[in-house]
Design a protein around this ligand. Structure first.
Ligand code: DGL
Length: 277
């Protein structure tokens, strides 16, 4: 009797993906690390682009959006979720983690630990909500009580990146203004406290002194995910299938923007995440 499924369909049916989510293209910096460190894992990527930015929203909104995303990810049967968003990780992770029968990882703890082990004078750039939460300050000082930490909120960075304005001359000037208070403190380490910000690296490298170490929490959260997958025995040993990209806003706009950081042309679908009752 002939098989009901083609080999490709059979493979797709067997694959369980890791869910990676953010408000927009910031989570792509985490996705790139998944590709590098976990090449066998398949990913379901969600960007809540209809509601970006998260960083200037209230805690109640951020928690609600995070729950809606996780509810949907569970309905898609992901085996793990990575909050590729510092704002959700800072405001929602500890509240929602116990509500789901799913391993959920956030970016702040792995990033803060990496910073605490490598630096003494640490600058954190992040969204206003993340800075206000002091999540990095507490996590860094818990790992290294002697570390000095300064945080700067950078509300304009996410709109600049989401609207594809990285190359405009004004972006360099805005970046210099945000970073100056940290450079005045002679930081030795700079933490990207928002997953969008590694996209700014070519601009920041133009004026941040070469002795300042950049900490990209994406590297460290994927490292933590690798350990967790192994520990739970749910790591993939079959070939990865292409990432599924879903957004809540305009799929074409996301595909065009994301193309500058990813090697292949993306197929992006749209969903609407409803209000959670
Ligand atoms: N990329 C996210 C973060 O790491 C969200 C930024 C935003 O939407 O304001 O905080």
């Amino acid at each position: 009797m002939q098989d009901r499924f083609t080999p490709r369909q059979q493979l797709q049916a067997e694959v369980t993906r890791i869910g990676v989510f953010d408000s927009g293209v910031g989570g792509l910096t985490v996705l790139q690390e998944v590709y590098r460190q976990l090449p066998h894992e398949s990913v379901l990527y969600f960007g809540d682009t209809a509601r970006v930015p998260y960083g200037t929203r209230s805690a109640a909104e951020i928690i609600q959006f995070t729950r809606e995303t996780l509810d949907w990810m569970v309905s898609q049967r992901v085996k793990m979720a990575i909050m590729a968003c510092n704002t959700s990780s800072a405001l929602a992770l500890e509240i929602v983690r116990s509500e789901y029968d799913l391993p959920i990882l956030g970016v702040i703890l792995p990033g803060a630990r990496a910073a605490a082990f490598q630096g003494q004078r640490i600058g954190v750039i992040a969204t206003p909500a993340t800075v206000q939460s002091d999540a990095y300050l507490h996590a860094i000082q818990e790992a290294n009580p002697h570390a000095e930490v300064w945080q700067v909120a950078c509300p304009e960075f996410v709109p600049i990146i989401e609207n594809n304005r990285l190359q405009e001359p004004a972006t360099l000037e805005i970046a210099k203004q945000y970073l100056q208070p940290l450079l005045d403190r002679s930081i030795d380490t700079l933490v990207y406290g928002c997953t969008h910000y590694p996209h700014l690296e070519p601009i920041l490298r133009k004026f941040v002194p070469a002795n300042v170490r950049f900490i990209n929490p994406a590297i460290h959260v994927v490292n933590a995910a690798t350990k967790e997958l192994n520990l739970l025995g749910i790591n993939s040993n079959i070939e990865a299938i292409p990432t599924k990209f879903i957004v809540s806003g305009d799929p074409q706009q996301f595909a065009n923007l994301a193309a500058q950081w990813l090697p292949t042309q993306l197929v992006v679908e749209q969903i609407a995440l409803g209000l959670r009752l």
